[in-house]
Design a protein around this ligand. Structure first.
Ligand SMILES: Cc1cc2nc3c(=O)[nH]c(=O)nc-3n(C[C@H](O)[C@H](O)[C@H](O)COP(=O)(O)O)c2cc1C
Ligand code: SF4
Ligand code: SF4
Length: 439
């Protein structure tokens, strides 16, 4: 059986599945239940500074979007950091860590962007004997209006400054949690590294309005006729998170910086994808909120089964294996040519591929033959765009077939070249001259 024990910046856990800082980790009761279910670690719901706790709205704080089968695809919240007393949280953290020494307990923190505020809270957290801290530079609503959360995460200089304070005033490993609400996530990641962070985690939630109530003309969730943007997460956020993880993993300036991957992870496969792109472990929030803590059982067994099947003995065997295959568009092989192929035995003749290709792609799919509905790809028109595959309701009914070198591409009437050739060397590239030696 594959060994899925995890060591993330020296923090050990029996598996790489941690619960992200959020309602599932808000109190000892939840965290104990999560550990009983098998979660490898938690990042405790973000603590604020000493004093009266923050106050949440008393109406709906969540919104969502669903697929046609009512499966939740995207989740949105306007919740703040913990609204429980700091001392109570600290006592519970200490007790939980004592009860579960083999699990990772990391504490998320967000206090004002002032040295004294960080200096004051760090020893209190350290006293709990938690395994590390995560700096919440990502909360996009409420707290950011008060100069915290994303308001810090969006300014690389602030990120670097706060990380430096945390390294200076604490012995605990520091994980810097990044906001996706920036143009280029590499900049705050580099700043965190410059400040001395042990790792980054990402993504926190994305600015969003999930919908508008057309009776009241108000954004949802609606509080007494008004709404505000919230933080978006869940399966729909995964592609954005994967991209950002890959961006940091392959950036020469942050190369090798440990990453905790977060965003839409619902199954073992999602987790394996994040890790293949360079994440050292993963964190989960929405999936636990929607399906309960026991989903971790399937995550653990699924990951182990897949690793056994593929011959990966440990997590390190596949971590980062996909990073090197993420490249820039200009380096993609223009001699790689595919054509769509429809499996006539699987086709239910719905016609969606025909309409999609006819109206918006390359008019490459027939709709009838001998007076009957019949859907077939015309290789002399197909550009291999993959649209039909994506709209077909039958899985694996349409597949993309690669043309082997030496075969004729009936569309261009050219023979497929065996060599790799990209845009930087293409004759149509006006910039190509600039890489040629000057005459
Ligand atoms: C209701 C809710 C509350 C959250 N509260 C926090 C928080 O206090 N601190 C924090 O760093 N992230 C918070 N998050 C963000 C999550 O930790 C996580 O980064 C995000 O939800 C993406 O993961 P997911 O797609 O698995 O949900 C919260 C998310 C949700 C849904
Ligand atoms: S791959 Fe694109 S061009 Fe080819 S048949 Fe499908 S939709 Fe049409
Ligand atoms: S979308 Fe798929 S099932 Fe429908 S006609 Fe095309 S190939 Fe057949």
């Amino acid at each position: 059986m594959a060994d899925i024990r995890n060591n993330f910046v020296g923090i050990k856990s029996p598996n790489p599945f941690w619960l992200a800082s959020a309602p599932p980790t808000d109190k000892a009761y939840n965290v104990e239940r999560a550990f009983k279910a098998g979660w490898g670690g938690v990042v405790w719901k973000t603590l604020g500074e000493e004093g009266p706790p923050v106050v949440n709205v008393n109406g709906p704080r969540y919104g969502a979007i669903w697929g046609a089968d009512r499966r939740l695809l995207g989740f949105n919240n306007i919740e703040l950091i913990t609204d429980r007393d700091l001392q109570k949280n600290l006592q519970e953290i200490k007790q939980v860590k004592q009860n579960w020494p083999d699990r990772a307990v990391v504490v998320s923190i967000m206090v004002p962007c002032e040295e004294d505020a960080w200096k004051a809270i760090l020893p209190l957290v350290e006293e709990t004997e938690a395994d590390g801290i995560e700096l919440n530079f990502g909360c996009p609503h409420g707290m950011s209006e008060r100069g915290m959360g994303a308001a810090v995460g969006q300014v690389p200089e602030y990120v670097e400054m706060v990380v430096r304070w945390c390294k200076q005033y604490s012995r605990m490993p520091v994980i810097t949690k990044l906001t996706p609400n920036v143009t280029d996530v590499r900049r705050p990641a580099r700043a965190a590294k410059n400040g001395g962070t042990d790792a980054v985690s990402l993504i926190n939630t994305i600015n969003s309005i999930t919908g508008v109530d057309l009776d009241n003309f108000a954004p949802m969730p609606t509080i007494d006729g008004k709404g505000t943007h919230g933080g978006y997460c869940g399966p729909a956020a995964k592609p954005i998170a994967l991209h950002m993880v890959a961006d940091i993993a392959r950036d020469p300036e942050t190369y090798g910086l440990p990453i905790s991957g977060i965003g839409g992870i619902t199954t073992w496969r999602d987790a394996a994808e994040f890790m293949a792109l360079g994440a050292g472990n993963v964190q989960v929030c929405t999936a636990a909120m929607v399906y309960g803590f026991k989903i971790v059982e399937e995550m653990i067994s699924g990951l182990q089964n897949w690793m056994d099947e593929k011959g990966h003995a440990t997590l390190e065997d596949f971590t980062g294996r996909a990073t090197r295959n993420v490249t820039d568009w200009q380096f993609l092989n223009l001699n790689y040519i595919t054509k769509a192929h429809i499996d006539q035995d699987k086709c239910i003749s719905c016609g969606r591929c025909h309409i999609a290709c006819e109206d918006t792609s390359h008019q490459a799919i027939t709709k009838e033959k001998d007076g009957k509905r019949h859907f077939e790809v015309m290789d002399d028109e197909c550009v291999g765009c993959n649209l039909c595959v994506n709209v077909c309701p039958v899985e694996d009914c349409i597949t993309m077939i690669e043309l082997e070198p030496g075969m004729l591409d009936e569309r261009t009437k050219k023979v497929v070249e065996p060599s790799y050739a990209n845009w930087t060397t293409h004759p149509n590239n006006p910039m190509r001259k600039s890489v040629e030696p000057a005459e």
